[in-house]
Each structure stands twice: as structure tokens, then as C-alpha cells.
Ligand binder design. Sequence first.
Ligand SMILES: Cc1cc2nc3c(=O)[nH]c(=O)nc-3n(C[C@H](O)[C@H](O)[C@H](O)COP(=O)(O)OP(=O)(O)OC[C@H]3O[C@@H](n4cnc5c(N)ncnc54)[C@H](O)[C@@H]3O)c2cc1C
Length: 388
Amino acid sequence: MKEVCVIGAGIVGASVAYHLSRLPNVRVTIVDAGYPGAGVTEAGTGWVTARGTADEGYRNLRLHGMEEHLRLAELFPSTPWLTVGGTLLTEDADGDFDGTVAESREHGMPVEVLSAAQVNAQLEPNVVFERPDLRVAHFTSEFSVIGSLLTRILFESATESGAIGHIGSRVIGLGQLSGGRHRVTLDDGTWIDADAVVNAAGASADQVAGLYGIPMPMRPQPGIGVLVKVNGQPLGRMITVEGLAIKPEIDGVIRLRSLLGWKSDVGAASRDSSFTGGMERNEFVDHVVGQFERVLPGSAPIRSVVTRVGIRPFPADGLPRVGEVAAVPGYYDAVMHSGGVLAPLIGRLLAYEIATGEQSELLAAYRPGRFLETESSLTAGDAAGTTL
Ligand SMILES: Cc1cc2nc3c(=O)[nH]c(=O)nc-3n(C[C@H](O)[C@H](O)[C@H](O)COP(=O)(O)OP(=O)(O)OC[C@H]3O[C@@H](n4cnc5c(N)ncnc54)[C@H](O)[C@@H]3O)c2cc1C
């Protein structure tokens, strides 16, 4: 029996734990300082796309990530976290609309260009567009997920399959025991011994890696989601209009992701490029909600408005960091932005790798070793671990 401790019950850790829990001869423990899905996953938009990257390998990984979401969905009797039916982008939302459409087609992502009038007639009767002949791209293979809901479902499924969840306890120490096992020390005075440890601590992953003296350069970026609650289901799929992504969730909740400014010092080490407008928080919220009401005026009254800020866990080069750190056998990283797109795929591949030692080619470019040229210079003392 292989014992694995997953640190972090966000969408990434929950996916790793879920897939591990389905494998024979693996016993999983998942630890989270908060509760499942309450980290940056709750702030994430949950847009599942392979667009937005010039890196062919990374785009390919994301395309696999999209397919994996649909495969995962087939394993559940209902999929309340998933909204299929494509996503929409209006001409005025993209400075290079024609380029985006052409590039998507070139990269094997199907897109049809409709007029606003056609969108109203065929897809979204309630959306108010600036004019009926405005062009709207329909990316038919894209979809969206509610990351925090998927996380909770994966976490619950993992525990139903025998995983143990330790919720509300923070990992404060990591150390190696004789025989190569690991000791994970928690802030409640207890500890967990395991054969393997997975660091899926999101934006705090660098601190967790630091407990083993492993460098993890990060480029944290804050982002904000605004949630409004409306009557009924006025929107069928995510739409991006000028400066604003509007995404339907469940129970009348609509998530708004603005590309406009909001003044923030969160994660100020590296500002989100979208946080440049310099608005105060409530001013920003009024602006975003006002814009939403103009696009979907029939959806009022809004009963509540909630904001959620999260720090995007970007490794320093912007790409996922996944796999074992050679200097500390049995210690694995699972840290990435675009966890909404990639968590199901990376969770499955990493779980299989931990259980069997077999590595997927798909992850070859994302190994921690690319940051660790000095990996071999980690001293025995570093790798022996520390306690905060
Ligand atoms: C505004 C915004 C929009 C986004 N939009 C998208 C999008 O459209 N598509 C997409 O794919 N991605 C998007 N993202 C990114 C996506 O949300 C993240 O990549 C993903 O949620 C990362 O999940 P995670 O599990 O790694 O991190 P988290 O959800 O943060 O989970 C990490 C967990 O680790 C726990 N933890 C941390 N330290 C410790 C410790 N020492 N001990 C115990 N537990 C610990 C935390 O409590 C937390 O629950 C967006 C992010 C933001 C902020």
C-alpha cells in the first residue's frame, strides 16, 4: 500500500486526490488549511479554453485538458459544475477579432461567426447587443466550469473512495524519515507520515516547497471575480463583451470578470495587467454590475453582490510545474495557473505517475527540474526539511 499526502484541496489537489483514490493499493490523505475549493479556485472564472497562448506545446496540453474535462464528466451521474454549448465573444471585446477567429481555426478550435441578431435568435435571446449586425464569435468547443463546485465533488468522491480529508489544518513542516518516507507536520500538533507528498498549495506552494528548501520562483497575480444573483437563468453560456466576461453558474448566480481596472495591493509583487484602471473597490463593483445590467437588463433584480479575490499561482515562467523533484524523492509539485482547464488532466497523469512511476510525455516540458539547475546543490540539510 502506497501512502500519499496531498497538500491543498483546491481544484488541482482535489483532482490529484480523486484520481489517486481510484487506483488500487494507494491510500490518500488530503490536507487543507481552509476548506475544499476555497482558495484561488473560488475566485477563478472557470473558462475552459485552449486559446490565449502562442506556445504550441502548452496549447496542445490545454486541448487535452479540455477533452479530459468531458471524459471526467462522463464518470458522474450529473454535472452541475459544467456549462457546455460554446462561449461567445463580441467583435468589440477583442482588438483583433478577425485575428482571434483565424488563429482559433488554424489551431483546430472550431468557431462560427454570427451576427448579434443571429445570436439573439439562436442562442441568447436576453443579451442586448449594441447593434444587430455586430459580429459575435461562437467558439463551439469551449465551455465553462464552476471550479469550486467541481473541487468539492472531487473531494467528496475521493473521501467516499477511502481518502481521508484533514480540513482546517495547515502544513507547517516537511521532513524525510529514514527509509525515504515523509513526515508532514500540521499546525494542530499532529503529523502524517507518507511515502509521497504532493504540493498542490496554489499560491502558497512556494512556502510549502520552502519547507524542503526547494526553490519555487512564482509570479503571483491577483484577480477578482464578482458574483451577482439574478432571477431565473437569463444566460445559457459564457459571453465576453467589451471589457467584461459574463458567465452563468447555478441557482441564478452569474460570475463577472472585468478586464478593466481595480486598484489593488494584493500580490503587488506583480500586478495583473487588468488591474490598471485605478478604481476603488466599490467603484469598480458598481462599474462592473452597471455594465452587466446593460448587457442583460431583463435579469434584474440583483439580490446580492459578492466579490472574491484570488492570487493566481503562476510559476515564474507562466507554465505549470508538475512532477517529482529529483533531490527529494517522493516529493511532487502540482502548481499551475489555468488549473480550471488543466486540473482534471494533470490530476490523472500525476496520480498515475505517483502510483506506477510511469511518466507521461505530455508533462515532459513542465517538470520542476527546469527551475532547479542547482537542484543537485540542495544540501542534505535542505532536503531533510524544516518546520515553520
Ligand atoms: C480572477 C481569476 C480568474 C481565473 N480564471 C481562470 C479561468 O478562466 N480558467 C482557468 O483555468 N484558470 C483561471 N484562473 C486560475 C485558476 O483559478 C487557478 O489556476 C486554480 O484555481 C488553481 O487551483 P489550485 O488548486 O492550485 O489552488 P487553490 O484553489 O488556491 O488551492 C490551494 C489550496 O491549498 C491550501 N493550502 C495552501 N497552503 C497550505 C498549507 N500550508 N497547508 C494546508 N493547506 C494549504 C489552500 O487553503 C487552498 O485551498 C483564474 C484565477 C483568477 C484569480
